[in-house]
Design a protein around this ligand. Structure first.
Ligand code: SAM
Length: 321
């Protein structure tokens, strides 16, 4: 995932996004990102934004929102020339809060190994769609697991290697999220923003998002407004003590400075909670996973133990533990 990285130039960030993230997934955004990486008009527009607001996902989603359809380089240039102020305001007001329900498939086998019942605390929970791993149904290469909600979407994930596939979803007795800016899938504006963050060419993700959002409206998960470090112990204290407290996160720590990631790790350990992470290689400071930038995210436990490598959008899971 390309988060904010001040050591990388904006042009390089777009090149990397096109070649490593969009390639093979969204040809339209691959072309667009590579086009932006050499386009003076767009790069100048981006350089006038704070560094954390220059990300490809944010620019493309905001342009999609204003244009009503995914941008290409021509329509993006025209938007900047004609409505650059509006685009800038939207990028300053919103952030990349992609909430991908299928990341629950990446975490489910690790959750299934823990003593039940579970108390789930997800930091960076966005709209809370990844707070419902027990409610979704799963298909791990033909191994089906029925979720607690019969109308849930089925999350399809190809297992690779000896994935410890559970026979059922875990018993969850408490759940809560923390996010700097919780989104509400009952709010048309928030839901539309989540849809704009999905890339062209990924219609299956859009369908999944809509079904997951409908499910979350039936069982609204509570997401507290707060910071993953400073509000962690306050929210964790609400969990029932008899349950196994699991603090977890997906695609979040790349947005947090390294020192704060370390402090967060220490805070989770101090709680005595189980810590599951699902992040890009290199994001967890003490996790040794070879050179950063390899394919997929790393699912780890305790900040140091690699369990699996997985698709950032949960479509495959390779067990390594
Ligand atoms: C890319 S989204 C991922 C959402 C969800 N975890 C998922 O996997 O679908 C990252 C989320 O982390 C949140 N976030 C970033 N920094 C945070 C912080 N310091 N404290 C709490 N939430 C944070 C953002 O607001 C955003 O909703």
């Amino acid at each position: 995932m390309v988060g904010h990285d001040s050591t990388v130039s904006t042009a390089e960030n777009y090149r990397r996004f096109g070649r490593q993230e969009a390639a093979g997934r969204s040809p339209a955004y691959e072309r667009l990102a590579l086009g932006v990486s050499t386009d003076r008009l767009v790069l100048t527009f981006l350089r006038r934004l704070p560094p954390a607001k220059r990300q490809p996902n944010l620019l493309f989603a905001a342009a999609r929102r204003l244009l009503g359809s995914p941008p290409d380089l021509d329509s993006l240039r025209a938007l900047i020339a004609g409505r650059g102020g509006e685009l800038r305001s939207l990028m300053l007001a919103r952030s990349t809060q992609t909430n991908e329900p299928a990341r629950c498939a990446s975490l489910l086998p690790a959750l299934g190994l823990l003593p039940e019942p579970l108390a789930l605390l997800e930091v960076g929970a966005a709209a809370g769609l990844t707070l419902l791993p027990d409610a979704y149904s799963y298909d791990f290469g033909g191994h089906r697991i029925a979720g607690a909600d019969p109308d849930s979407p089925i999350l399809r994930c190809l297992p690779i290697g000896p994935v410890p596939l559970p026979g059922r979803t875990p018993e969850v007795v408490w759940r809560a999220g923390i996010d700097l800016n919780p989104l509400n899938v009952g709010d048309a504006d928030d839901l539309d923003w989540l849809r704009c963050l999905i890339w062209p060419g990924e219609a299956d993700r859009d369908r999944r998002l809509q079904r997951a959002a409908a499910m979350a409206r039936r069982h609204p998960p509570q997401v507290h407004r707060g910071d993953l470090l400073t509000d962690l112990s306050r929210v964790a204290a609400l969990a029932p003590p008899e349950a196994t407290l699991v603090v977890y996160h997906s695609a979040v720590l790349a947005y947090v400075p390294e020192q704060k990631r370390r402090e967060f790790g220490a805070a989770v350990r101090a709680l005595g909670a189980v810590w599951l992470s699902n992040e890009a290689p290199g994001v967890l400071p003490d996790l040794s996973v070879g050179p950063p930038g390899g394919a997929g995210f790393i699912v780890a436990e305790g900040g140091t133990r690699v369990l699996a490598r997985t698709d950032p959008h949960g479509t495959w899971l390779e067990w390594l533990a």
